[in-house]
Design a protein around this ligand. Structure first.
Ligand code: ADP
Ligand code: G6P
Length: 464
């Protein structure tokens, strides 16, 4: 179960409602995994009002949970994306605390827990995903002690000095501890969690196991991934290859294409990247005729004030840069604020000589992994933020600190000027890593650990 179902409803040109995969890392990871698996996805279909009855999608049963307009405002836009999201991402924007938001978070978590309790088979397994639903493991365990319960956090888990700001920190930790296994992206996050459990709840805890009542809760790092083979197959398809060629032509057949693909989110470092690019244009290190930047920024959380402000600022800056450096028929930046289907994204990845993925903080960043998987001819330079979870695995990327403007400019130039041999060696190594560590490997390692955790009848006292 996850806050979001893997679908986005959109109007077809004839007015009929059609479904497409919703953008975002969680859905990109889990959708290919569950496809054709006998499972039910419990989540929210977007919008407000009664939960729609949905058809199975790719063999997965969809069980939708409703949100009222108030829940949407106070749970999804409020506590989840106004409090937890900024707090968990280094507070790069100021987290906001409202008591009403917390009440909505509890209420919606209770509704999700009840929905899962109603559909899970006796002795079944429920895998709860992400920061919107941190109370669900505890609530669900109270309703259905027969279930095996996993929890996985897709976003970073912050260090104690940040988490301690949360007015309801103890309840959130206790909620997560209802799970048999709590998974994080990075070992550092598991460490932060264990420290907090000791400090706030005074429970016996290591980075791997925590004693709660008469149970042992396992904790671990399981870096999420993508369906590498699927992306590689898509990127290698003749129609996608032809589309990539066409895109390059439409971009004016430049010597080099730089691509960025993000949700329009302040954690993604879009403004810093634009600033670096603009300074490189101003200094003449990058020339519009030779190089183009394609910035895809898909709309996200559009009713949240911080996201509206970001979009305005990004669009103003793109306009300024194009006004100052562009020429007739040759904009400096191609800016696309739209969702694309997977084939179009794959074609964009194929066209990009340099992929700039420079978030200020990111749990993983699957765009970076998708780019690597799509580079089937082992070309292409990945410029990757040290603050993305993916940097721990894609060590051969051109790593950069996006807070350091000069460093960002230099690294972008390094990636643009790198020789084919260096680029090829790095890309080959990263592709080999992703073929071994794909989404199925992630699920296998998490689920086998959950299996062991659930069958543990030992108590902390006897397991050490
Ligand atoms: P986050 O989890 O913060 O959204 P990730 O990089 O992990 O960031 O995942 C983003 C996902 O959304 C990727 O799978 C990417 O392909 C998808 N995505 C990004 N932009 C678009 C877009 N314009 N249209 C459709 N999907 C997109
Ligand atoms: C990140 C979160 C997901 C979320 C996604 C898209 O990947 O970890 O839980 O689904 O962003 O955000 P949205 O608010 O549209 O669901």
């Amino acid at each position: 179960m996850a806050n979001r179902l893997p679908i986005d409803d959109s109007m077809a040109p004839d007015g009929a409602c059609e479904w497409r995969r919703s953008p975002g890392g969680l859905v990109s990871a889990l959708h290919p995994l569950l496809r054709h698996t006998p499972a039910t996805w419990v989540g929210w279909a977007g919008g407000t009002g009664p939960a729609p009855r949905l058809p199975d999608i790719d063999g997965v049963r969809m069980h939708s949970v409703s949100l009222t307009a108030e829940d949407l405002r106070d749970h999804y836009e409020g506590f989840a994306n106004g409090t937890l999201w900024p707090l968990y991402h280094d507070a790069v924007e100021q987290p906001v605390y409202h008591r009403r938001w917390w009440e909505a978070y509890q209420r919606v978590n209770q509704r999700f827990a009840e929905a899962a309790a109603a559909v899970a088979e006796p002795g079944g397994l429920v895998w709860v995903q992400d920061y919107h639903l941190q109370l669900v493991p505890g609530l669900l365990r109270a309703l259905r002690p027969d279930l095996r319960i996993g929890f996985f956090l897709h976003v970073p888990f912050p260090p104690p000095e940040l988490f301690m700001q949360l007015p309801r920190r103890a309840e959130l930790l206790r909620g997560m501890l209802g799970a048999d296994l709590i998974g994080f992206q990075r070992a550092q996050a598991a460490h932060n969690f264990a420290q907090l459990v000791v400090k706030v709840l005074d429970l016996p805890a290591t980075d791997r196991r925590i004693g709660v009542d008469d149970r042992v809760v396992r904790v671990g790092a399981y870096p999420v991934s993508i369906d590498t083979a699927e992306m590689a197959a898509l990127a290698g398809r003749p129609d996608v290859t032809a589309r990539a060629r066409r895109l390059r032509h439409d971009l004016g057949d430049p010597q080099q294409v730089i691509l960025s693909v993000d949700r329009m989110d302040y954690t993604k470092g879009i403004e810093q990247r634009l600033k670096a690019y603009s300074e490189l244009l101003a200094s003449g290190d990058v020339k519009v005729r030779d190089t183009v930047l394609v910035q895809v920024a898909v709309p996200s959380r559009e009713r949240v004030g911080q996201y509206q402000i970001l979009r305005d600022r990004v669009e103003r800056e793109v306009g300024r840069i194009n006004g100052e450096f562009g020429r007739v028929g040759e904009p400096a930046i191609h800016y696309l604020n739209q969702p694309f289907d997977r084939a179009e994204l794959a074609a964009l990845y194929r066209v990009a000589d340099v992929m700039a993925v420079t978030p200020l903080r990111d749990g993983m960043n699957l765009v970076a992994k998708e780019y690597v998987a799509a580079r089937v001819d082992d070309t292409g330079a990945l410029l990757l933020s040290e603050f993305a979870g993916a940097a721990a695995e894609l060590e051969q990327a051109y790593l950069v600190n996006p807070h350091d403007l000069e460093g960002l400019k230099q690294s972008l130039l390094t990636a643009l000027r790198a020789g084919p041999e260096d680029v090829g060696d790095r890309m080959r190594a990263m592709r080999a890593h992703l073929h071994r560590h794909d989404i199925r490997a992630w699920a296998r390692s998490y689920l086998s650990a959950l299996d062991q955790a659930g069958s543990l009848v030992t108590r902390l006292g006897s397991t050490g």
